[in-house]
Design a protein around this ligand. Structure first.
Ligand SMILES: *[C@@H]1O[C@H](CO)[C@@H](O)[C@H](O)[C@H]1NC(C)=O
Ligand SMILES: *[C@@H]1O[C@H](CO)[C@@H](O)[C@H](O)[C@H]1NC(C)=O
Ligand SMILES: *[C@@H]1O[C@H](CO)[C@@H](O)[C@H](O)[C@H]1NC(C)=O
Ligand SMILES: *[C@@H]1O[C@H](CO)[C@@H](O)[C@H](O)[C@H]1NC(C)=O
Ligand SMILES: [Ca+2]
Length: 353
């Protein structure tokens, strides 16, 4: 153990034992509202297992620039810290507690960043302690905590730092970090290279997580990929791949996959399909990296791993069902052909090693 982390550990140990004495005097005037049977949708910025409700509230107070409230589940002693309290949902077994972090105690913490905990060791001294131990993806959140619901969580990616992601904790065993979602046409997906690089949309509805995020997320290990889709007859299909990787920007975010399974034809790796996705570079209307003489992204109105041009176009226009436009919609050819725009799609990854 290096000296730095030893000091941090010691400090943390001291903090825990001193907390009740030190902090009560500061926080005694702070009111908090709690509601049973509900939780904040979040984003959840931190999950902590096996701690009591009062400690959960304290953990929130220690992060005055990050935490606005907590979701607590007594049954599992599970604590979720959230950074937004403007949206709630009914959820049996939960209590949600709003904290007033605007009280002037936070003035002691102005020197701490949002990624640090503010710990008061005495009335004079405030320490900013790095809030280590952030989850690397939705898989680790899921594996380390029982029964977390699907929703928004903060994860920490190499080089990029903290990023909020949508975690699917329900489908096929859970633990999926979602990188694409279509469901209602509320977001425009005909976007530039830079927008696809950085990500866009609304994590609560439709979004692209971003090629840069996706690349760094996948660089952490071996990941599976799963694509779920639904048509307007409420039929569903999925495909799944045992390995999925996306290169960096210098490779134009080249995608590689292996190990197909699913209940519909394989667009991603079936080598007998001329427009197979495997090994393709990413293309947008303003950056043509495809194998076609013309511009596939412009022709299919989407950013995607175009070949010449594609076998699936999940980022196409939201045309909602039958259409006369040839392959401009949200298509998946082996299922509902080029003239049918799907109701919903979801692409997501889960770490396997
Ligand atoms: C809640 O707040 C978040 C960020 O603070 C914002 O993105 C979101 O749109 C808000 N939702 C509503 C319903 O106001
Ligand atoms: C915090 O202190 C400032 C002045 O120092 C004051 O204007 C403000 O109202 C105080 N806020 C609260 C919540 O007490
Ligand atoms: C599909 O499901 C939705 C919501 O459950 C329902 O309102 C709709 O009638 C269903 N449509 C068909 C074609 O079954
Ligand atoms: C692969 O493509 C061929 C030719 O298009 C097709 O017959 C076969 O069913 C496909 N296999 C899968 C797994 O999709
Ligand atoms: Ca081209």
């Amino acid at each position: 153990m290096n000296p730095h982390s030893l000091i941090r550990k010691t400090l943390y140990g001291m903090t825990l034992t001193m907390l009740p004495i030190c902090l009560l005097s500061f926080y005694v005037t702070v009111t908090s509202a709690s509601v049973h049977g509900e939780r904040y949708i979040g984003p959840v910025v931190r999950v902590m297992g096996i701690i009591g409700q009062q400690q959960c509230v304290r953990e929130c107070r220690h992060r005055p620039k990050l935490c606005r409230g907590v979701n607590y589940r007594k049954q599992e002693l599970l604590c979720e810290l959230v950074s937004a309290i403007n949206e709630t949902e009914q959820k049996p077994g939960y209590v949600r507690i709003e904290l007033d972090q605007s009280a002037n105690i936070t003035q002691h913490c102005v020197s701490c960043s949002a990624d640090e905990m503010c710990i008061t060791l005495s009335s004079k001294k405030v320490h900013c302690i790095a809030d280590s131990d952030s989850p690397a993806d939705c898989t680790s959140l899921h594996n380390n905590n029982c029964g977390l619901p699907s929703g928004l969580y903060r994860i920490k990616l190499p080089f990029l730092g903290h990023v909020t992601a949508f975690c699917d904790m329900d489908t096929d065993g859970g633990g999926w970090t979602v990188f694409q979602k279509r469901q209602d046409g509320s977001k425009d997906f005909y976007r530039t290279w830079t927008e696809y690089k950085n990500g866009f949309g609304n994590l609560r509805s439709e979004f692209w997580l971003g090629n840069e995020n996706l690349h760094h997320l996948l660089s952490q290990g071996t990941y599976k990929m799963r694509m779920d889709m639904e048509d307007f007859d409420n039929q569903t299909r999925y495909v799944k791949y045992t390995s999925f990787n996306v290169g960096d920007e210098s490779s134009k975010y080249t995608v590689t996959l292996t190990g197909f399974s699913g209940n519909v034809g394989d667009c991603f790796t079936n080598a007998t399909i001329a427009k197979v996705i495997n090994n393709m570079k990413f293309s947008t209307w303003d950056q043509d990296n495809d194998l076609f003489t013309r511009n596939c992204a412009a022709q299919s109105t989407s950013g995607w791993w175009h070949n010449s041009c594609n076998c699936a176009n999940p980022n196409g226009l939201y045309l909602a069902g039958e259409t006369t436009l040839n392959n401009q919609g949200v298509t998946y050819h082996p299922w509902r052909d080029k003239f049918y725009s799907l109701k919903s799609t979801r692409l997501m990854v889960r770490r396997v090693a």
